[in-house]
Ligand binder design. Structure first.
Ligand code: PLP
Length: 394
């Protein structure tokens, strides 16, 4: 056995999968995070659009405390109450027919891909190919990496899973060209989040729905980032006026705990016992937390508040962009991007952090802002003020 090398720093015990700043975070409450040195930050990452109700909301604390005293994990082969209640609630809210629970967005999307392939085997003479989109992000397991359209990803872990054809977002002709006998589905994010908050236009999404009807294809919407209130409606597809065959959820569904879901219409809910599963599928602890999140997020007044805060943020960003000669402001609800015009996003992120604001550089030239859905006007103004100071200094 080779002697183990000593790490030079405790950070070195973690595989370097992402560049992280040196601050270590120890506590979160509502819109705020604190580092080990006691510094406070306004958090507009919120776990990458996960903490719908901010950090450590009382609802989730209570749900976890109660459920952890009742039942943690019976086994996915036994029914548990929170998963039954959550499946019922999600079907009520979405109008879909059945639910599969997972832990991550990638897992949910992988499951949607399997479901489409099985449906193709049963109903479309073995059609299996799924049309996905350039710059799409569907997760980091091998299936969802192949479905994603991130530049360079096809070089990372070859050989890649076959069965995905890439079209261009908002370019209907590019989708039509890729439809063949073997095509089974079209899969996309209503708003491409990781790509820098790039929305499908309503006309495009509605045309895709029509195309799917015409060719007998499934429409799969990846709402891992846009679902559960992030855009100011319970699900983005309701905002777009489009009914998908399959929808995937994650992130905000758990409000900070790992849970994801696949929602299907009856006609394509084709799994049978043994087709799909996972040790934590429908885990009652996570389902109980999710129920508590949905109870708040699904209220119409809550969703109107998301819209209102979104408008406040967007108008502030538009002013900032005009004042400092920046670029486009894109988004909806509380998912926004600000184009900077130059590749300064990493530096802006660093300076914002120094000034006590956490934001994300979705692209070298583009900031992504994902505040908690129950943000207050004061928080929005404070974040905008910090951004304004950083832009002025740059
Ligand atoms: C649209 C979309 N799909 C899937 C994923 C993957 O989710 P997870 O990281 O939970 O696997 C993400 C994560 O950012 C996402 O934004």
């Amino acid at each position: 056995m080779q002697p183990q090398s000593q790490p030079t720093h405790m950070f070195d015990r973690l595989m370097p999968i992402v560049q992280r700043p040196h601050e270590v975070f120890v506590r979160g409450e509502a819109a705020w995070l604190w580092d080990v040195a006691g510094r406070r930050y306004l958090d507009w990452l919120q776990g990458w659009a996960v903490n719908a109700l901010g950090h450590c909301p009382k609802e989730i604390q209570q749900a976890l405390a109660t459920q952890s005293g009742l039942l943690l994990t019976p086994s996915p082969a036994l029914h548990n109450q929170p998963s039954l209640l959550l499946a019922e609630r999600l079907c009520q809210l979405s109008g879909m027919h059945q639910v599969y629970f997972g832990s991550t967005g990638a897992e949910a999307n992988e499951c949607a891909i399997k479901l489409a392939r099985k449906w193709g085997r049963l109903h479309r003479q073995g059609a299996f190919e799924i049309i996905t989109f350039d710059n799409a992000f569907h997760g980091r397991n091998l299936g969802t990496m192949a479905a994603s359209g991130k530049a360079g990803w096809d070089q990372l872990f070859p050989p890649n899973l076959p069965g995905f054809a890439k079209a261009r977002l908002n370019d209907l002709a590019s989708v039509r060209e890729r439809i063949h006998d073997r095509t089974v589905a079209i899969m996309l994010e209503p708003v491409q989040g990781e790509a820098g908050v790039r929305p499908a236009t309503p006309a495009f999404l509605q045309a895709l729905r029509q195309l799917c009807y015409e060719h007998g294809l499934l429409l799969i919407l990846d709402e891992v980032q846009t679902g559960c209130g992030r855009l100011g409606s319970m699900f983005a597809f309701q905002r777009y006026g489009v009914t998908p065959d399959i929808v995937t959820l994650g992130k905000g569904l758990g409000g900070g705990v790992p849970i994801s879901a696949v929602l299907t219409q009856q006609h394509c809910s084709v799994f049978e016992a043994g087709d799909q599963g996972g040790t934590y599928a429908g885990n009652p602890l996570m389902c109980a937390a999710s129920l508590s999140v949905l109870q708040t997020v699904s209220q119409p007044a809550f969703l109107s508040h998301v819209d209102e805060m979104g408008r406040l943020l967007a108008s502030g960003l538009t002013l900032l962009s005009a004042r400092h000669g920046l670029g486009e402001v894109r988004g909806d609800g509380l998912l926004w991007a600000l184009e900077l015009g130059t590749d300064t996003a990493p530096e802006v992120v660093r300076q914002c952090r120094q000034q006590g604001l956490l934001v994300n550089a979705a692209r070298p030239h583009c900031l992504r802002l994902m505040p908690r859905l129950n943000s207050t006007p004061e928080e929005v103004q404070e974040g905008l003020a910090i951004l304004g100071r950083v832009m002025a200094a740059l």
